[in-house]
Design a protein around this ligand. Structure first.
Ligand SMILES: [Zn+2]
Length: 349
């Protein structure tokens, strides 16, 4: 476990050195606030490889980059002048994020509010000052193209003097070559990714256990059916980007895994019946929670464990662990991350 932690710390350090903006989210934070506080250095203790402080400059910490970072302007600009024609025009463009860090191939979509909201023309004009780093489409969907930093601007079509800017940092994560197995459990979460090439389809043992479980449910008058099973890395990329394109990255990251971080790619997870949290309160959802461990499954993302699993409550998502391990996890009352003593946090928030 210790060596694995060192690998993670090493990864963090590597990202830091390449200038990527990232931060560890120790606790659940309010999305809107979090986005304004994107860090450019880790919140955690410094890696052990950090050179010792020089005795001649004991106060050096006070003058480190933290201060210059705070002086950079984030947030809405002063209201822009508007045409004096008696009509209502946009004077301010605000965003839910003014900085974002995205991986190459992934997206973010800042949410725009044009003020006053009573201005009839709310159209947006998006542009990127460096399309070799990140592109942006007419809907504000920013896509990482290559490592670097650029600025994306959204202006009001009604009043081009009113605009807002997003500082975009595009990063590339080190390639994953091997899946992580701990105590015989294949671990997939925000920290432990699968290789992009991991593409084995549905696990036959998990599929057989699922059939057994649905048959048992049927005998109890409960109908369980699969909504989603195996998904390839490519399919997960498209799905994640689609969700970001609807609600933005902060919202999507709570329920849709980035490629490599989805258990569906492992072929060991199934979404059953309904992708609504209210499913947990239905007869089917309650049956599933009460009996899935008898067939080797766990409810992978329990309620009130989002700060541990990295994902919101998903009463429909079951993960196959095998009979013995599923029962052990269930009896522990812990989520899988707590049970294995691991974290689930993206290196790039
Ligand atoms: Zn799922």
């Amino acid at each position: 476990m210790r060596s694995r932690m060192m690998i993670v710390m090493g990864l963090v350090l590597a990202l830091f050195l390449t200038g990527c903006s990232f931060g560890f989210r120790g606790e659940e934070t309010k999305p809107a606030e979090e986005s304004h506080e994107t860090k450019t250095e880790p919140d955690t203790e410094k890696p052990e490889t950090t050179p010792p402080e020089t005795p001649s400059a004991p106060e050096s910490e006070e003058t480190e980059p933290r201060e210059t970072e705070e002086t950079e302007q984030d947030g809405p600009r002063e209201p822009a002048p508007v045409p004096d024609d008696g009509k209502i025009h946009v004077h301010t463009v605000t965003l839910n994020v003014y900085r974002t860090s995205i991986e190459v191939g992934l997206t973010d979509m800042p949410l725009v509010t044009m003020l006053p909201t009573s201005a009839p023309d709310q159209r947006e004009i998006w542009s990127s000052d460096n399309e070799s780093v990140a592109t942006v489409d007419p809907y504000g969907r920013i896509k990482g193209v290559s490592e670097g930093v650029c600025t994306v601007t959204v202006a009001s079509a009604d009043n081009p003097l009113a605009y807002a800017e997003v500082k975009v940092t595009v990063c590339r994560l080190p390639e994953v070559t091997e899946p992580t197995v701990i105590d015989g459990i294949l671990l997939v979460n925000k920290t432990y990714r699968l290789p992009a090439s991991y593409n084995k389809g549905v696990d036959p043992e998990a599929e057989a256990a699922l059939e057994e479980m649905t048959a048992a449910a049927k005998r109890d008058g409960i109908e369980l059916f699969v909504v989603s099973g195996f998904r390839s890395y490519e399919k997960q990329t498209n799905l994640y980007n689609t969700y970001v394109g609807r609600e933005g990255k902060i919202a999507a990251d709570r329920y849709s895994a980035r490629p490599g971080s989805s258990e569906h790619q492992a072929g060991l997870a199934f979404d059953l019946n309904s992708l609504e949290q209210s499913f947990g309160e239905t007869a089917e959802g309650r049956w599933l929670a009460a009996h899935c461990a008898e067939y080797g499954f766990i409810i992978r993302y329990p309620a009130d464990k989002e700060d541990k699993t990295g994902f919101m409550y998903e009463p429909w998502h079951v993960r196959y662990l095998g009979l013995e391990k599923a029962k052990a996890v269930e009896e522990s009352g812990l989520c899988l991350e707590e049970y294995l003593g691991v974290v689930s946090q993206y290196a790039i928030e």
